[in-house]
Design a protein around this ligand. Structure first.
Ligand code: GLU
Length: 475
């Protein structure tokens, strides 16, 4: 049997972290089993769903790299099929028309509450029986599923173990509303059956639906899939994760400078473990993933850890991979990486210092764009009268340097200036750094100079010398 999993979001908003983790787990399980992954958009609630939300979900899935083998299917395009299945159940007397009005049901509910009974739909209630008898064909009605009265539903949840619910607790569910719209618990079963889904991985907010759905599978004569219900994600304060905790939309993580591999690695560990391993390549996640090792208890979101992972991935990924996602941020920050050193080399040099791609973009700007001002604090401290002579000599050495490598710049510019002027490294290193980068923080200045290229280095040292002269003149 080929394993087939699915992700079945309702398009009412963006792809949030909880949904993204469910999607990731479903996808990983399919990959792990050499199976297939289906994307299904549950858009039967036409009023609450929007095309923008569908696009946002697809964009989020694509950004995370969760490719689907089939779909996206849209439930809104399958109403005929649901009607067909409702008719089948009606014909087999496994479903029935119920004419009890909303007012009548409210009245019965109030009575039950007054009698301290559990409020529930009771097909045998005399008032409901009477309403159904009095109805004529064509009157408004809903279709209800005839839930078995006796016995219980038992299933083996892959995460939570055996779950048993007595049929007494399950009332006759509406499967088609008065307006003809089929309901969630029904369409999900028809779809999972039609689409050959073998494993349903979803949030535990659906666990109460599962026994009802299992009864519907059985009534339709469909095989019952295996279920795995994942626990919730909490914010770092222990409350249910919400906007209050910061980013909850997957695309907001893109905006905040995370790499998809870092977010995926973070999300896979948020509720799943393999010993105490924290870092998993995509391939390792696929190879090691299992439903049994998903945690039963809720997991708390920890942004510090996500940042740490992001830094790890910026540092250790192929620079091509980082460059692909960095582009969005350099565009946002309004500069291009065309006019300057190869972006891959710049990423290799600067990446390890950054936790996010926003920081990385900020810290590489001077490689591609000339600046008109030095950072005030750094300039005040390092571009002073005493730096003039070392910078002038450095400029001379740079101009005559033919071998433009890190080592040669270090030996024939920096070290030579130190020797000839009998000064310490700091006296030339820092002024040079501020001169060529505009600020006081950068990776090793010889590597930065090599990447900037001789021409830019010369014009920036000249700019620093002018700055010092103007400053001295104004004293
Ligand atoms: N459409 C449901 C939701 O977004 C998921 C249904 C399911 O996974 O069975 O919560």
């Amino acid at each position: 049997m080929t394993v087939k999993t699915r992700f079945a979001p309702s398009p009412t908003g963006y792809l949030h972290v909880g949904g993204a983790r469910t999607a990731l787990y479903s996808w990983l399980y399919a990959q792990n089993q050499g199976g297939e992954f289906v994307l299904r958009i549950e858009d039967t609630d036409l009023e609450r769903n929007s095309k923008e939300a569908v696009d946002a979900i697809l964009e989020g899935m694509q950004w995370m790299g969760l490719e689907w083998n089939e779909g996206p299917y849209f439930q809104s395009e399958r109403f005929e099929r649901y009607d067909e299945m409702v008719e089948k159940l009606l014909a087999e007397d496994k479903a029935y028309r119920c004419y009890a009005s909303k007012e009548l049901l409210d009245e019965i509910r109030a009575e039950q509450e007054a009698n301290k009974e559990m409020p529930r739909y009771d097909a045998k209630h005399p008032k409901i029986v009477a309403a159904n008898k009095a109805a004529k064909e064509g009157d408004d009605c809903v279709i209800r599923f005839r839930n078995p009265i006796e016995g219980s539903v038992v299933f083996e949840d892959q995460i939570r173990g055996t779950i048993e619910i007595s049929n007494e607790q399950l009332d006759d569910l509406i499967i088609r509303r008065t307006d003809g719209a089929p309901t969630y618990n029904f369409v999900v079963v028809v779809d999972d059956w039609d689409m050959g889904i073998t494993h349903v991985v979803r949030g535990e907010d659906h666990i109460n639906n599962t026994p009802r759905q299992i009864n519907i599978y059985k009534a339709l004569g469909a095989p019952v899939p295996t279920f795995a219900h994942c626990a919730m994600i909490l914010g770092d304060d222990g409350a249910k994760l919400s906007k209050r905790h910061g980013a909850v939309s997957v695309m907001q993580y893109r905006d905040e400078g995370y790499l998809p591999n870092a977010l995926n690695n973070y999300l896979v560990r948020l509720g799943w473990s393999h010993g105490d391993q924290e870092i998993f390549s995509q391939q390792e996640m696929i190879d090691l993933f299992s439903l049994e090792n998903i945690s039963k208890s809720a997991s708390a979101f920890n942004t510090e850890k996500l940042l740490w992972l992001n830094n790890h991935y910026i540092k250790t990924s192929e620079p091509e991979y980082v460059a692909k996602y960095l582009k969005w941020h350099t565009d946002q920050q309004g500069f291009s990486t065309e006019n300057g050193p190869l972006i891959n080399e710049v990423i290799t040099l600067v990446g390890e210092r950054c936790n996010t791609l926003i920081e990385l973009a900020e810290q590489i700007r001077y490689f591609y764009e000339d600046f008109t001002q030095f950072e005030a604090g750094a300039a005040k401290k390092h571009l002073r009268g005493v730096a003039k002579q070392p910078l002038m000599l450095a400029l001379e050495k740079v101009e005559s340097l033919s071998d433009w490598t890190d080592e040669s710049i270090k030996q024939n510019v920096i070290m030579v200036v130190c020797e000839e002027l009998e000064i310490g490294m700091g006296k030339i290193g820092m002024p040079l750094r501020v001169a060529v980068t505009g600020g006081g923080q950068s990776p090793s200045v010889d590597s930065v100079m090599r990447l900037l290229g001789k021409e830019r280095v010369i014009s920036r040292i000249r700019m620093a010398l002018r700055f010092i002269e103007e400053r001295e003149a104004s004293l």
